[in-house]
Design a binder for this molecule. Structure first.
Ligand SMILES: [Zn+2]
Length: 488
């Protein structure tokens, strides 16, 4: 089976102060396997996730562009078009192919295009014609459009948050594509939008049980795949919302019944599945309770992985004002402060202005007397087992709080960004991580308790703090009286 694959993933936050162009992809991932065969596979957690499995199955794999950038504001139109057209010309050069499998995010927008995935898929469909199966793997934080559904043969989103199952879902997608190519299956899709916005952890009940139930339903041989998309609420667009995508083997009635039933169930669970949320001081009150082990406090509103700046000082300021010591906080994005720390050198004590630079949601910068405790010229961490390079990081001590400053904007995925600097988390009472949920995979084993804090930030779950003009209303929780029918 001759399979074409490519990756194009950017989670676009319309409220993010970070502009996005080609450089963000160069900093993230811009890999052209056909031109640069020496570069190793899987330099991001999504690149190669489909390709590696296709190779293991013995497919004749043709890889196009892999482009991934850390979440930020809508991409410049010209740069979006350049990357999109590169994938299209890679595909055109690979034709004829038996199938196409793309890894896309599902919430990508450029300044002029609110639905980049729909745009790309409609062009891919025009290129390969009506009969070549097109499979798409998505992040579950996807806002689905009719154009995406109409142009893909099968869309499968990851099921887990943290997203630990990209590999399993890639296998599911290849199973469907292989069955199509061998004429063993004829996928039909039923998609239902669910008018809710929120962050829904699959590590917690009742979402855990709901996902387990969906996976049990997938054991029916007539069902090829069921995806629960959570939506991505930080963009002002009509297509924002959760959704159910059911793909069956040529059984439209079954697909419709399942998508309707599951949409009703997901909607009815909305209050219970919404992530717990505590304002900063309440979260700190809870975090600072006497305890033996480590408390991990997530700064969910300033998550670079959701498009936030990752340089907000709201929690740091309160830690300093409350006189908290024996704590760590990271990663706070401040390339200038990192440069100053490297210039001053290890052991130096310097006046340093940190954070609060990117925009009003970042708060004010904090002026401190910084003791430079460690410098790492080649920092790293692991995102779902895949090593991520972080360029330079510095550890500064501010009155008993070890702050990790980073030169590359990235959410805190794993403890290495602390421990490689010599920070012993087991001896800390509190570590603040700038991440919404992905940190959980690696921090949970270290934690006595995990607390989610929310404050100002472009990934805040207080949706009433954002101004939406184009959002399809009503939608829960902004419109408490929303029903599945009125919001559909
Ligand atoms: Zn996601």
């Amino acid at each position: 089976m001759r399979l074409f694959t490519a990756t194009f993933a950017h989670e676009t936050n319309g409220f993010s102060p970070i502009p996005t162009n080609l450089d963000n992809f160069r900093e993230g991932l811009l890999h052209r396997p056909h031109r640069d065969a020496s570069k190793r596979r899987e330099t991001s957690s999504v690149e190669g996730v489909i390709g590696a499995r296709a190779v293991a199955r013995g497919y004749d794999l043709v890889e196009g562009l892999h482009a991934v950038a850390t979440p930020s504001a809508p991409i410049n139109d010209a740069d979006y078009a350049a990357l999109r057209d590169e994938i299209l010309s890679d595909l055109e050069a690979a034709l004829p192919v038996d199938a196409v499998a793309l890894f896309l995010h599902g919430a990508q927008a450029s300044r002029g295009c609110i639905d980049c995935e729909g745009d790309l898929l409609s062009r891919v469909r025009r290129l390969v014609g009506p009969t070549v199966p097109i499979g798409v793997e998505l992040d579950l934080h996807a806002n689905i459009s009719a154009e995406m559904i109409g142009n893909a043969t099968c869309i499968i989103a990851c099921k887990e948050y943290p997203h630990t199952d990209f590999g399993d879902r890639a296998n599911d997608l290849l199973d469907v594509l292989e069955a199509c190519v061998q004429r063993r299956a004829q996928p039909v899709t039923s998609w239902r939008r669910v008018p809710i916005m929120g962050i829904f952890h699959t590590t917690r009940e009742p979402m855990r049980g709901f996902i387990d139930k969906v996976m049990a339903l997938e054991r029916d041989p007539r069902v090829l795949s069921i995806s629960i998309t959570h939506g991505f609420p930080w963009i002002d667009a009509p297509l924002v919302g959760a959704g159910i995508i059911v793909v069956t083997d040529n059984d439209a009635a079954l697909a419709d019944t399942l998508s309707q039933t599951l949409a009703e169930e997901l909607f009815s669970l909305r209050e219970a599945i919404a992530a717990p949320r505590l304002e900063i001081d309440s979260a700190l009150d809870q975090a600072l309770q006497p305890r033996r082990g480590l408390c991990v406090l997530a700064d969910t509103s300033d998550n670079a992985g959701g498009g936030a700046a990752s340089d907000s000082t709201h929690i740091l300021r309160r830690l300093l004002e409350r006189g908290v010591s024996n704590a760590a906080l990271g990663m706070l994005w401040d390339p200038v402060a990192v440069e100053f720390a490297f210039a001053a050198g290890l052991g130096a004590r310097i006046p340093l202005r940190i954070g609060g630079k990117v925009g009003p949601l970042s708060g004010d910068p904090v002026d401190v007397e910084a003791h430079i405790l460690a410098l790492n010229p080649r920092a790293r961490q692991f995102a779902f087992g895949v090593e991520q390079t972080l360029a330079r990081t510095a550890e500064i001590d501010i009155g008993g709080i070890d702050v990790v400053l980073s030169s590359l904007r990235e959410q805190t995925h794993s403890p290495e960004c602390f421990t490689d600097l010599g920070i012993d988390l087991a001896r800390k009472r509190l570590v603040v991580v700038k991440s919404a949920q992905h940190f959980r995979t690696t921090f949970e084993p270290l934690a006595e308790e995990i607390i989610y804090a929310t404050g100002p930030g472009s990934s805040s779950t207080d949706f009433s703090s954002f101004t939406y003009h184009r959002l399809q209303r009503p939608i829960w929780p902004l419109d408490p009286n929303t029903t599945l029918l009125t919001g559909a």
